[in-house]
Design a protein. Structure first.
Length: 331
């Protein structure tokens, strides 16, 4: 699949408009309720950014992801968070593998992603795992769906269970505009859970991708309602570099890096930044920074770094969802 930005981390769409919603542990954020920068970053679908056999050909922007040549995307990294008010040092490791171009006929619409993350704090540690997939229906519509869970650790740092999906559809009449709608449920393991509905949009303009979303959260027990949201922009080109920044905030129902997996008691906000660079067409690195001010609680500075590899025999004869051939650059 082609990413008009990197390719996932990921993570960590639908946790970059509001990178604050996912924190610096992007890998754990590779799931259907991530903010929009992640979705844009990993699988934007703008054929005009792809080398086409006929330079004069101008196909419409498509919502469906475009295939990459290499069948495997592998990423491993780590993150560090520095938190004041005696909350200590939070760190961990992340990883994921994306499987592109599945051969069985019934699975060709799917691009599965297997991910994991670990986190350690002064009060304990825990690991989490996920299975997610891009599902390509046609040139106008695709979705991201997945489930994940966390076995018991020495501390409660990740959700015990999460399930969700996000649909992405091309908006007719507005070139480059893609609408999104995500829904998920997260269970913390201590009896609390949340239902989250997140409408948003992506807008492709030249080499820039703009994104925004708002989340409507309902936390239980107590049916406590809250809202959060974010905006982001990124600039660059696939196989070269991507640079982006975003701002998010509100009473966020779920963040990968937070005091507890579900917490809407505090209003929080903060910016986030990332830089992705291909050293060669086959591998590169990603750097991220985010700041979160959890009002009346703490301030957190998070940094993350990872390396990624796009490996395997290059597939020929790839096309976009509408059938436009894709030229795979010489390696």
């Amino acid at each position: 699949m082609t990413l008009t930005m990197r390719l996932v981390s990921a993570a960590l769409f639908i946790s970059g408009c509001a990178w604050a919603q996912t924190g610096a542990a992007s890998q754990a954020a590779t799931w259907p309720m991530l903010p929009l920068m992640e979705v844009a970053r990993e699988l934007p679908a703008d054929p005009e950014q792809q080398p086409l056999p006929n330079p004069g050909q101008q196909p419409p922007v498509e919502a469906g992801p475009i295939p990459q040549g290499e069948p495997y995307y592998i990423e491993f990294g780590g993150f560090e968070n520095f938190v004041d008010n005696n909350y200590g040092h939070w760190s961990g490791a992340t990883g994921r593998i994306m499987f592109r171009h599945l051969k069985p006929r019934g699975l060709r619409r799917f691009t599965p992603i297997v991910s994991f993350a670990t986190q350690t704090r002064p009060n304990g540690s825990q690991a989490t795992f996920g299975l997610d997939s891009y599902i390509n229906f046609n040139k106008w519509f695709y979705m991201i769906a997945g489930v994940g869970g966390s076995p018991p650790g020495s501390a409660l740092l990740w959700p015990q269970f999460r399930i969700g999906a996000t649909g992405l559809v091309t908006i007719p009449g507005v070139k480059g505009l893609v609408g999104t709608l995500g829904a998920s449920q997260i269970r913390a393991g201590d009896g609390t859970y949340a239902n989250i509905l997140s409408p948003g949009a992506l807008y492709y303009r030249g080499h820039a991708i703009w994104s925004g979303y708002i989340s409507f959260n309902q936390n239980y027990p107590g049916s406590v309602a809250s809202k959060s949201g974010g905006v982001a922009v990124q600039y660059g080109a696939e196989k070269k570099y991507w640079i982006g920044a975003g701002m998010g905030g509100g009473r966020i129902a779920y963040q990968t890096i937070s005091l507890v997996p579900l917490n809407v008691r505090f209003l929080s906000f903060g910016p986030n930044f990332f830089f992705q660079k291909w050293i060669t067409p086959k591998w590169g690195f990603i750097l991220k920074y985010d700041y979160q001010d959890e009002l009346l609680a703490y301030q957190r500075h998070g940094v993350a770094a990872s390396v990624f590899f796009e490996v395997g025999p290059v597939s020929r004869g790839l096309t976009t969802p509408s059938g436009v051939p894709i030229t795979v650059p010489n390696r």
